[in-house]
Each structure stands twice: as C-alpha cells, then as structure tokens.
Design a protein around this ligand. Structure first.
Ligand code: HEC
Ligand code: HEC
Ligand code: HEC
Ligand code: HEC
Ligand code: HEC
Ligand code: HEC
Ligand code: HEC
Length: 326
C-alpha cells in the first residue's frame, strides 16, 4: 500500500515536471513564421521600393506570448485556422483588418463534443449580464476570453490562488486598464479601490475571492456563472462568505468539491496522500474552516507528504542502525 502511494507520488511528480518541460515546445511548426514577427519588439522586412532590408517596430498589442499560447485550449491550432491565409504575406493586405472573426459560439455552439462545457447555457446567461445589456454584441466573449490564451483554470487547476488570480485578471485587464476599457465605453472608468472601500482588507479579498463571487448569482447548474449583475445586486453581505456553510462552496470551491466527491466515490480506501488532502464527505469539507480557503494551499499537501516520507525514512534508517549495533 505504501509502496503504491509512494510510486503514485513519484509518477505524479514526474508528470508535473514533464508538463513544465513541454511548455513552449507545444507550438505547431507552421506558426513559427508568424511568431517570428509576432513575438518580437522589432522585425525586419525587405522594402521593394528602396531595395533594402529595414527594421521596424512591432505594435506592442500585436506581440503574442508563446508560453500562454502553448498552454491554451487552442494550442494545436494554426494561426491561419482562425486568421486568413492572406496573412502569410507581409505587408499584410489592409482589407484584412476588417475580416470578421469567429466567436466561441460559432465553433462550440450546439456541438455535442463540448456538451460538458455548456457553451449555450453560458451564452444565455451572458446575454442577461449587465455588459451585454449595455453594450450588446460589441461586448463579445473575447473581451474576457482571449482565443489565443484561454485555459480552463477553474476546471483544471487545483491551486485556488491561481484560479482566483486568473479569473480576476480577466476583469482587471479592462476595469483596471483605461486602454481596453475605452474600447467598450466612453465614460470615465470608476476606480475599483474607491468603489470597494467599504470592504476591509480589500487587497486580501481580491487575492482570495473572485470578482464574480460577489458580482454574479450562483448558478448550481453552471460551473462558472456568467450573469454579471448590476451593481445594486452585488453581494455586500459578509456572512455569505464568513460562515461555515458559505456560498463559496457552490461557486469558487465547486470544482474542488466535485473532485473530492468523485475521488471518495470511486475509491473509498484512502491513499497515504489522501490522508492529508481528501476529506470523507462534503460536510467535513464545509465545516472545517471558519473562512474556508485559509488552508486550501496545495503545496502544503506536498510538504506534509515530504515530511511524512522523511519521517518514515528516518524510522527505517534508525531501525537498521539499531539492528546493526546489536
Ligand atoms: C514580417 C513580419 C510579420 C509576419 C511574418 C507576420 N506578421 Fe502579422 N503583422 C505584422 C505587423 C508589423 C503588423 C501590424 C500591422 C501592419 O503593419 O500591417 C501585423 C498585424 C497582424 C494582425 C492584426 C491586423 C490588424 O490590424 O488588425 C494579425 C491578425 C496578424 N498580423 C496575423 C499574422 C499571421 C496569422 C501571420 C502568419 C501567417 C503573420 N501575421 C505574419 C508583421 C508580421
Ligand atoms: C482560435 C482562433 C485563433 C487562433 C488559433 C489565432 N488567433 Fe489571432 N486572433 C483571434 C481573434 C478572435 C482575434 C481578435 C481578438 C479580439 O477581437 O479581441 C485575434 C487577434 C489577433 C491579433 C491582433 C491583436 C489582438 O490580440 O487583438 C494578432 C496579431 C493575432 N491574432 C495573431 C495571431 C497569430 C500569430 C496566431 C498564431 C500563433 C493566432 N493569432 C492564432 C483568434 C485566433
Ligand atoms: C475556430 C473555431 C473555434 C473558436 C472560434 C473557438 N474554439 Fe474553442 N476549440 C475549438 C476546437 C476545434 C477545440 C479542440 C482543440 C483540441 O482538440 O485540442 C477547442 C477547444 C476548446 C476548449 C477545450 C475543450 C476540451 O474538451 O478540452 C475550450 C474550453 C474552448 N475551446 C473554449 C473556447 C472559448 C471560450 C472560445 C471563445 C473565446 C473558443 N473556444 C473559440 C474551436 C474553436
Ligand atoms: C465578463 C467576462 C466574461 C465574459 C464576457 C465571458 N466569460 Fe466565460 N468565463 C469568465 C470567467 C471569469 C471564467 C472562469 C475562468 C476560469 O477560471 O476557468 C469563465 C469560464 C468560461 C468557460 C469554462 C467554464 C468551465 O466549465 O470550466 C467557458 C466554456 C466560457 N467561459 C465560455 C464563454 C462564452 C461562450 C462566452 C460568451 C458567450 C463567455 N464565456 C463570456 C468570464 C467571462
Ligand atoms: C466582497 C464582494 C465584492 C468583490 C470581491 C468585488 N466586488 Fe465589485 N462591488 C461589490 C459591491 C457590493 C458593489 C456595489 C458598491 C456600491 O454600489 O456601493 C461593487 C461595485 C462594483 C462596480 C461598479 C462600479 C460603479 O459604480 O459603476 C464594478 C465595476 C466592480 N464592482 C468590479 C469589481 C471587480 C472587477 C472585482 C474584482 C477585482 C470586484 N468588483 C470584486 C462587491 C464586490
Ligand atoms: C473589456 C472590458 C471589460 C471586461 C473584461 C469586464 N468589464 Fe465589467 N464593465 C465594463 C464596462 C465598459 C462597464 C460599464 C458599463 C457602462 O456603464 O457603460 C462595466 C460594468 C461593470 C459593472 C457595473 C455594472 C453597473 O451596474 O453599472 C460590474 C459589476 C462589472 N462590470 C463587473 C465585471 C466583472 C466581475 C468582470 C470580470 C468577470 C468584468 N466586469 C469584466 C467593461 C469590462
Ligand atoms: C465573497 C466572499 C466574501 C465576502 C462577501 C466577504 N469576505 Fe472577508 N474574506 C473572504 C476570504 C476568502 C478571506 C480570506 C481568508 C484567508 O485566506 O485568510 C477574507 C478575509 C477577511 C478578513 C481578513 C481576515 C484575516 O485573516 O486577516 C476580514 C477582516 C474580512 N474578510 C472581513 C469581511 C467583512 C467585514 C466583509 C463584509 C463587508 C467581508 N469580509 C465580506 C471572503 C469574503
């Protein structure tokens, strides 16, 4: 049993390191030509008129991040799966600026392959949101989700801080950035810090809970609620989170809870690692902390596991030395 758990631990570790190693190498070969220009501050072009090579600066908003591309859900795509083939020549044809781009729903809507992700339900909810109500189709899914980089963090990550950070950056990329905000609205952007000054420890809250926790209605049937409500309906009530059975169970911790449920459902016998991470029932899970989230730190589990194995190793060595001395 211990041997099994130990092997499992090593396999997981190796897998994790493997994933780290692969980052950056996932980019399809055919994209390198585009990325040669679209990852650098400057590029060289041959000028037919002057018959000289010339160096030019790249528009900083058109510089892509290969690390994020390589882990995004569309990492297998060629650039020209979504963009016109005519981009293969440079200078790009000016008309291409007006090329209509596909939206998430054009590709994923009504497709049973992606049923699990409930794209159509998400679209429905999104169309009720304040963003859509005020700005219509101009406010597309891509305003929050980059088609280049999107990665389903809440579903795949087990690090709550990463999930919160990833999600909040989507909102902040606009609500904290005048350049992007003015693409949607002419009005002055309200200062988030001032708006939320009724909330003590604002910075800590923004690191530990997602904006959508307070700004959407929790939807049991949806993994990530997409209906951003008008500000009058935002949660100001501390007890919604600062209580044993808080709404965070149904929103931020939804994926964790599901994982726990399937893990305990499929395998009632706990592994050694499980002793530290997996709780038996949903109730254990919710009643454990006054403010849940406080100890949901994944690397602590690893540290506990390391301490455990170190102790185990210590006992074995100690026993061997005693046997030898005898
Ligand atoms: C020689 C460098 C170079 C190469 C190679 C290149 N681009 Fe570009 N691209 C640019 C520059 C510079 C711009 C900025 C606008 C302009 O000058 O046309 C740009 C702009 C763009 C835009 C934004 C257009 C707009 O104005 O909205 C897209 C999309 C794009 N490129 C896609 C591609 C794709 C896809 C490829 C590969 C098939 C590619 N590019 C290859 C240099 C390059
Ligand atoms: C899954 C579809 C998809 C793929 C694959 C894709 N793009 Fe894009 N790209 C888009 C969309 C959609 C936009 C417009 C974004 C918006 O409207 O905010 C865009 C915009 C751009 C822009 C303009 C700058 C910006 O961010 O708005 C550049 C440059 C660009 N893409 C280059 C590339 C290159 C180079 C590749 C290949 C490495 C690539 N794209 C692959 C969908 C894609
Ligand atoms: C041009 C068509 C196209 C567009 C536009 C597009 N996708 Fe995709 N998407 C795909 C395809 C095809 C795959 C499967 C890729 C693969 O097999 O690795 C995919 C994969 C995904 C996945 C992972 C599915 C899985 O089962 O692992 C998610 C999540 C996703 N897309 C979300 C989005 C979101 C959000 C948008 C809009 C911002 C979007 N997509 C826009 C075609 C598209
Ligand atoms: C106001 C910002 C915003 C808009 C607009 C938006 N989303 Fe999202 N979406 C999010 C956030 C935040 C998440 C959670 C990201 C994470 O951690 O995975 C998310 C998650 C998702 C997921 C993954 C859900 C899961 O089960 O893991 C899908 C699929 C998705 N969005 C599709 C869409 C589609 C389709 C649209 C347009 C109809 C859209 N989104 C518009 C903010 C937005
Ligand atoms: C603890 C709950 C909570 C969190 C977390 C939270 N908000 Fe709010 N937010 C509120 C409440 C409540 C209001 C309404 C305040 C009022 O009207 O006095 C509000 C107001 C707003 C407004 C309206 C501004 C205006 O007056 O037009 C915006 C925009 C906003 N929040 C964005 C965000 C973003 C972005 C985040 C994440 C970085 C976030 N909020 C996190 C509770 C929260
Ligand atoms: C691309 C930019 C952009 C992104 C991304 C974005 N928003 Fe907004 N949001 C706006 C704009 C613009 C308004 C103001 C609408 C108006 O008054 O014209 C707004 C308004 C709001 C409001 C106030 C609604 C009211 O009653 O006045 C809230 C709350 C809000 N956003 C929350 C969020 C949250 C939470 C996210 C992330 C999930 C997010 N926004 C992502 C642009 C954005
Ligand atoms: C959306 C859920 C949510 C809401 C609403 C909320 N909090 Fe919090 N609060 C948290 C989380 C999560 C933490 C971080 C706990 C941790 O990780 O230490 C936190 C931390 C705090 C802390 C700091 C505790 C410490 O250890 O330093 C205080 C004080 C606090 N909240 C007070 C309030 C008050 C007062 C309100 C109502 C005005 C409120 N909170 C509303 C979720 C929430």
């Amino acid at each position: 049993m211990r041997f099994f758990a130990c092997t499992l631990f090593l396999v997981i570790l190796a897998g994790f390191l493997g994933v780290l190693n692969l980052n950056g190498q996932n980019i399809p070969e055919q994209n390198q030509a585009c990325l040669k220009c679209h990852t650098s501050q400057a590029h060289t072009i041959y000028n037919d008129w002057t018959e000289k090579e010339e160096k030019r600066l790249m528009n900083p908003f058109y510089i892509l991040d290969t690390i994020q591309l390589a882990v995004g859900v569309h990492q297998v795509f060629s650039c020209i799966d979504c963009h016109s083939m005519d981009y293969e020549t440079y200078p790009h044809d000016g008309q291409l600026k007006l090329e209509p781009m596909m939206t998430c729903i054009d590709c994923h809507g009504g497709d049973p392959t992606y049923e699990d992700w409930q794209f159509d339900r998400i679209e429905e909810e999104f169309q009720k949101s304040v963003h859509y109500e005020l700005h219509g189709d101009q406010f597309s899914c891509s305003k929050c989700h980059s088609q280049h980089y999107y990665r389903a963090t809440a579903r795949t990550s087990s690090d709550l801080r990463e999930i919160v950070d990833y999600s909040n950056k989507m909102c902040l990329s606009c609500h904290d950035n005048m350049t992007k905000y003015q693409l949607v609205s002419e009005d002055a952007k309200p200062q988030l810090v001032d708006i939320h000054n009724w909330l003590p420890n604002q910075e800590l809250h923004f690191r530990r809970v997602r904006c959508i926790e307070c700004h959407t209605e929790v939807q049991d049937s949806l993994m990530v609620s997409h209906n951003i409500l008008r500000k009058e309906h935002a949660t100001k009530n501390c007890v919604e989170c600062h209580s044993a059975n808080s709404m965070l169970q149904a929103s931020l911790y939804k994926y964790q809870n599901l994982r726990v449920r399937t893990e305990t459902g499929e395998n009632s016998q706990k592994s050694i690692l499980g002793l530290f991470t997996v709780k038996n029932t949903q109730e254990d899970f919710s009643n454990e902390y006054y403010v849940i989230g406080a100890s949901r730190i994944p690397y602590l589990n690893t540290i506990f596991a390391l301490i455990f194995f170190a102790t185990l190793g210590g006992i074995v060595v100690h026993t061997i030395i005693r046997i030898i001395k005898k």
